[in-house]
Design a protein around this ligand. Sequence first.
Ligand SMILES: Nc1ncnc2c1ncn2[C@@H]1O[C@H](COP(=O)(O)OP(=O)(O)O)[C@@H](O)[C@H]1O
Ligand SMILES: [Mg+2]
Length: 317
Amino acid sequence: MSIITFDKVKKTYDDIKVLEDFDLNIDEGEFVILLGPSGCGKTTILKLINGLLKANEGQIIIKNKLISDWNPIELRRSMGYVIQQVGLFPHLNIESNICYTLNLVKVKKDIQHNRAKELIELVGLDESYLNRYPRELSGGQQQRIGVARALAASPDIILMDEPFGAVDEVTRRSLQEEITKIYKKLGKTIIFVTHDIEEAIKLGSRIVLLNEGEIDRDKNKKDFVLSKEKTDYAENFFGSKDFISYLSSVKIAKCLEQKTELNETIEYPLINEELSVLKGIQTCIETQSNLLSVVDDSGKIKGYFIIDSIYKHLLAL
Ligand SMILES: Nc1ncnc2c1ncn2[C@@H]1O[C@H](COP(=O)(O)OP(=O)(O)O)[C@@H](O)[C@H]1O
Ligand SMILES: [Mg+2]
């Protein structure tokens, strides 16, 4: 069921036209990535969704109701918003930051406290952080609190605007894993903005590529990467980064072959089923073998990874 609809939306800033005749439909429970270079209109789209900006023309429908019919405060409260410059209140401790919106609507203190405990754990930090102040946390930890705060009022929709852009690579990866877990656990609708193709492939199930306010491609992850028709714009934007990122996001376990005619006496190089297809290809090259034995954590052989047949599995996913 559709949760957000843009119907022929136009948005301009004075004489700068950002969107025109813009259509987009997002279903409940989707994890959609809005991908594109700086200035293509990503932030504008998010701000139109939560009512911070108004469209010049066209309609935006949120949960079956025209955005103009929503009470703006109620609308914003039904959405979590995470941005790069986290924006925690420096004079409030972490618990009060997380519970900021709950406090506004006068939720009881003990309920707020329990919610803060639950959320801080969900974003991978322990309870002891609740009494600290933002300045006592690293950038990555503050970003986790930003995510917790966005989830506090149990919104159905979460908007994330390049939320992990300012943190180091390792922290970023761990935040990406955390948000994937949260998505799987809570099943919210997430609209995640990034200019980073690797992040897009890692996180989203659907990727919308924007080119100056227009949709260049809008596909599920596999078709996005493996479809042959690509615009010059997409080619220039990705090079082969989308493909490499895709190969590193698919696990060996998805490309298993069961072969009975194999020579059981030969010992093939081993690879763990949890590793990526990219790692599998690398191992084939390094060991000069076009076949690997795939094992689980206990070392039990689960099947074989065969270079010639990778494409079959990838296309069937
Ligand atoms: N408040 C504003 N006033 C004038 N122009 C703006 C304003 N905000 C954004 N723009 C312009 O609109 C275009 C899209 O901006 P934005 O949605 O922020 O892109 P993105 O988030 O993809 O980088 C850019 O050309 C930007 O310069
Ligand atoms: Mg932006």
